[in-house]
Ligand binder design. Structure first.
Ligand SMILES: CC(C)(COP(=O)(O)OP(=O)(O)OC[C@H]1O[C@@H](n2cnc3c(N)ncnc32)[C@H](O)[C@@H]1OP(=O)(O)O)[C@@H](O)C(=O)NCCC(=O)NCCS
Length: 186
């Protein structure tokens, strides 16, 4: 049986995708620690996330039928050089015991679909190309762009949500999202 909730984005009998809420923090961080280990904070992409809030409506979790948080993905506001406003996707992680069941794909599809519907123009990320090419991310889309730290260019990928959004883009990708403390105070 499929359990439907008001804010439901995707459902199967085994899990559903919903917006992240504040009380997901501990479970989300534990999931990310387990997936990436303590060095995750040293990643170049972390420079685009630290101290910021994710883009509105683009912090998603997958929740198991037992209520456990088993997946997370967030997207962040960036300026993608000459391409202008865009999103940076990551990290995405699925609980090791729940992988290869389609949760990662479900989170990616909901995130991309929402980003497009919200009017965002492009998404960049750093990750395994063999996984992200299925969602049409390519390394060609980011060829002229730079990140604020070292990056393996074969893993630096982009996706146009609006035709040609990243076409010919050059320059530095910079964080532009609202700062956490200021956003909370507001
Ligand atoms: C990557 C990740 C989010 C995928 O989630 P998932 O729920 O297992 O993904 P799905 O069930 O939608 O898709 C599974 C498919 O993706 C493939 N896949 C998973 N991770 C992959 C990777 N890093 N590179 C290439 N393919 C990958 C699986 O082999 C499987 O392939 P198949 O459909 O041909 O059998 C998950 O494996 C994870 O959390 N990994 C650890 C954290 C991580 O590395 N995150 C970022 C990836 S750069």
């Amino acid at each position: 049986m499929i359990h439907v909730r008001p804010h439901l984005a995707v459902a199967t009998p085994a899990f559903h995708v919903r917006d992240e809420i504040d009380t997901d923090f501990v479970a989300r961080e534990a999931l990310l620690d387990a997936a990436f280990g303590p060095t995750r904070f040293a990643k170049t992409c972390e420079r685009l996330r630290e101290g910021r809030r994710p883009a509105e409506g683009l912090a998603l979790v997958a929740e198991g039928a037992d209520g456990r948080l088993i997946g997370t993905v967030r997207l962040w506001h960036v300026e993608a050089g000459s391409a202008g406003a865009a999103l940076m996707l990551g990290p995405i992680a699925i609980d090791a015991e729940a992988r290869s069941l389609g949760l990662g794909g479900a989170l990616m599809r909901v995130a991309i679909d929402r980003a497009r519907r919200f009017g965002h123009r492009a998404i960049v990320l750093v990750g395994d190309a063999p996984y992200y090419t299925r969602f049409d991310f390519t390394p060609e889309a980011t060829l002229g762009l730079d990140l604020p730290g070292p990056v393996d260019r074969t893993r630096f990928l982009g996706l146009d949500l609006v035709d040609g959004a990243l076409s010919g883009a050059s320059g530095m990708v910079e964080a532009t999202g609202p700062f956490e403390a200021i956003a909370r105070a507001a």
